[in-house]
Each structure stands twice: as structure tokens, then as C-alpha cells.
Design a protein around this ligand. Structure first.
Ligand code: MN
Length: 237
């Protein structure tokens, strides 16, 4: 028999941090899970030379403590020689739902931000070649920079507009949100068939063409029309 766990039972290690992202206009949005969509812009699928452009969307997760905020310096990660950026629109879920239909999907979105799906591209390619899981390539410390969250109540639901990324002031990625193969309502409908979506979930919605490597000292500036820009610097290993 074990003792019942009660609210007054002491923690045996320090409490785990709550991960919040700042909201434009004030407040904090606590993060529960980070879902990411793979292969959601035709231009990126073509540059990666993989997959059929008509394949259904697929999803992977990153740990929520992979979040870092605007202005952060992120350490060049271990276990890679090909650390790459992917600029993405992030949709933040505000209400619980399962088997959500497309017509009501946007009602579940609390707001939007700019995110970076930082990737160990060599480990991702290993996963493809060896048919192993994607975690080593995608789900590691500081791999999910996220900018300030804009309430949908203020900005609506962006479906068009430029999405760009520059490294050291030189543009490397440029696309338009209208080029997404699976739009946000479709992503939510599909994802909510696999998981119960809950308040605090973030969905990184995929990247356009132009992905590439960064090295220590590089500065990344990510932009989506209508959202607060996101900048991070790559630090030493
Ligand atoms: Mn991505």
C-alpha cells in the first residue's frame, strides 16, 4: 500500500516550470503541447525532394520546454552539423475539442504567433533513410522559438500574407500563407481526430521553401504580415 497523494504532499524535486508565451496587449498564454505539421507548402516539399504533394498532413510534437522567446540566444545544439531554420505560422488553441469539423475549427483558435521549427536536418534525414522516428531531428532543447501571441479577437484569422525569414539581414525564405496545402481549419480538423486538443496547445503549421543552415553568431529574423516579428541569435555550442 502506498500513501495517498494529496495536495499537501511535498514535492520531492523542484516544481517543473510552467511555460508561458506573452500576449500582445498583456497577459500570458500557458503552453500545454506543441504540435507541428510536416510538409505543408509545395515549394518546401519540392526542395526537400520527398513525399507526394497530395499526401495527407502528418504531425509530430516537440516538448513544450523547447519554447524560447523573442530575443533569445539559443545554443547551437549537440548531435548535429546541419542546424536549420523553418519559419512557421503558429495557431494557439483556446478551447477543448475532438473530432472538430472544419466549419467550427477556427472557433478553437485563441490567437496566432510566429514560430521557428528549428531542425537537426542531418538527424531528420537519418530518420527518413533508416525509417526511424523523427524526434532526434525535431524534438530537442530550444527547438521551438515562439514570438508574442496576437489574440484572434483582435487580428482575426490570417489566411494570406507574406511569411519570410532572413539570416544576418539576407532573406532566405519567402512564401505566402495562402500557399499552405492544409489551411488552419483543415489542420485542426485532422489533428483533432488523433488527439483531444486542449487550451494551451500550439500548432506550428509548416514552412515555405528556403530552409537552410545557421552557425553560431547568426541572427534570424522571422516575419509574418500583421504579427510581431521574432528574432533569435545562434550561440556557441
Ligand atoms: Mn516545420
Amino acid at each position: 500500500m502506498t500513501d495517498a497523494v494529496t495536495a499537501t504532499s511535498p514535492l520531492v524535486i523542484p516544481a517543473v516550470d510552467v511555460i508561458n508565451i506573452p500576449v500582445v496587449g498583456g497577459g500570458l498564454f500557458p503552453v500545454r503541447r506543441i504540435y507541428c505539421v510536416g510538409r505543408n507548402y509545395v515549394s518546401h516539399i519540392r526542395e526537400m525532394k520527398e513525399a507526394d504533394e497530395r499526401d495527407p498532413p502528418f504531425f509530430f510534437q516537440k516538448p513544450r520546454d523547447a519554447i524560447v522567446g523573442d530575443g533569445a540566444t539559443i545554443a547551437y545544439p549537440p548531435d548535429t552539423g546541419d542546424f536549420q531554420y523553418e519559419v512557421e505560422l503558429v495557431a494557439a488553441i483556446g478551447t477543448t475539442g475532438r473530432n472538430i469539423d472544419m466549419a467550427s475549427a477556427l472557433n478553437h483558435v485563441w490567437g496566432y504567433a510566429i514560430g521557428l521549427d528549428m531542425t537537426r536536418r542531418d538527424r531528420q534525414r537519418d530518420a527518413r533513410d533508416l525509417q526511424l522516428p523523427w524526434e532526434p531531428g525535431k524534438s530537442f532543447d530550444e527547438s521551438a522559438p515562439c514570438g508574442a501571441l496576437h489574440p484572434a479577437a483582435n487580428i482575426g484569422h490570417p489566411a494570406t500574407g507574406a511569411i519570410t525569414l532572413a539570416v544576418n539581414g539576407v532573406e532566405q525564405q519567402r512564401g505566402d500563407l495562402r500557399e499552405m496545402i492544409w489551411r488552419v481549419p483543415e489542420i485542426i480538423a485532422q489533428l483533432s481526430r488523433q488527439y483531444v486538443l486542449r487550451p494551451g496547445d500550439l500548432i506550428y503549421t509548416g514552412t515555405p521553401a528556403g530552409v537552410g543552415p545557421v552557425v553560431p553568431g547568426d541572427r534570424i529574423n522571422a516575419h509574418i504580415d500583421g504579427l510581431t516579428p521574432l528574432s533569435v541569435t545562434i550561440g556557441p555550442a
